[in-house]
Write a protein that binds this ligand. Sequence first.
Ligand code: CTP
Length: 403
Amino acid sequence: MQIKKLPSLFEPARPVLQKIEQAGFEAYFVGGSVRDTILGDAIHDIDIATSAYPSEIKAIFKKTVDTGIQHGTVMILDHGTGYETTTFRTESGYQDYRRPDQVTFVRSLKDDLKRRDFTINALAMKEDGTIIDLFDGLGDLQRHLIRAVGDPEERFHEDALRMMRAVRFAAKLDFAIDPATQRGIEDHGELLTKIAVERIEVEFSKLLLGINPKRGLDYFLTTDLYLYCPRLQHHYQALVKLSQHQDWSSITNEAEAWLALLYSLQITGQSAISSFMKDWKLSNALISLVQHAMTVLLAIQKDQIKPMMLFNAGRKAILTASQVAEFEELQHPDLLAMNDQLPIHDRHDLAIDGGALIRHASIQPGPLLGKVMNQLLALVVEGKVANEEPALLQEAQDLIEKG
Ligand SMILES: Nc1ccn([C@@H]2O[C@H](COP(=O)(O)OP(=O)(O)OP(=O)(O)O)[C@@H](O)[C@H]2O)c(=O)n1
């Protein structure tokens, strides 16, 4: 098979591969970019594998950077762009189920491809678009099948994360998992506990954002992989319910995915959200966004949307909550439009500050000042007082008199 028209991302890299070949070595595009090109999907990065050893690559090209030379990876700098090339290699050891104890450089493409995870990821492509398919990856692409290269058990012992990758690809590509590969996952799921949570999280997030998360979640549950992920052990029923959602089109980013998950698991309290997401090693920024969005989502559910709540949540959290409300088929008004119509969107937009209150309303710095400022803010956001200094000063005096 030959791909006639390569995606433009490959074009500037072709002369690099040609140059390696002219020096007497082999060089191929490998990995996800080849798979996705054959599927007609967009590609985002390219990987190059070569029979040349790192020292040989460095002799061919003037400018290189040793980005991971002990693993065989050298970056070639060509016309200002970096191309990472990795020498064909075999790996051995894997005593920790995630990294090889030893990497050996080899000259044979087959030896390199046979240590890769799935047949659809073990295709190689020459610079002219010719596909090298040594493990029937093309057949599996046609059959929509995720199948381990060779013995699944060996592949999963080499890197236990591959079990999560299998269910992620099932969701991402809407493919089935080959029965022997699925059995391999069922038998070795526990090895996932050896893998860093950060790496599991990346795959799980990609699963939830695939074109068919239902399929990925079904495998995640039937293979018992969920048992070895943080904090999911006791949520089988809720995960089944989540997987039964038919339309996932409104879940478009990580925040929406995690909010949908937490809402399904009924983990809705602010500190419960934080502790759950921290166990998944998610960032503080994402945790804060999901917490704000959950407040909005619960208000949608209870039909208790208030201007001040929208103001506190902010546009991004409102959008996140609206998408998940869509997913959950919760009726709701256009919250973004409501938010856009608020008189102000930031504390600093208030037409008065503490200094003005001290000067004109004879308030002393202290707790009362903070309280009055908060009350003024709420009145403006709720549209009860115009956001103008004289009106706000008057209101401040009234508030102080009322105590
Ligand atoms: N645990 C892993 C990770 C990667 N690979 C191999 O390395 C390639 C590149 O891996 P990566 O960039 O992580 O994933 P992609 O397959 O490219 O998929 P995507 O870009 O969609 O994540 C894979 O195709 C596969 O051949 C592997 O065998 N085992």
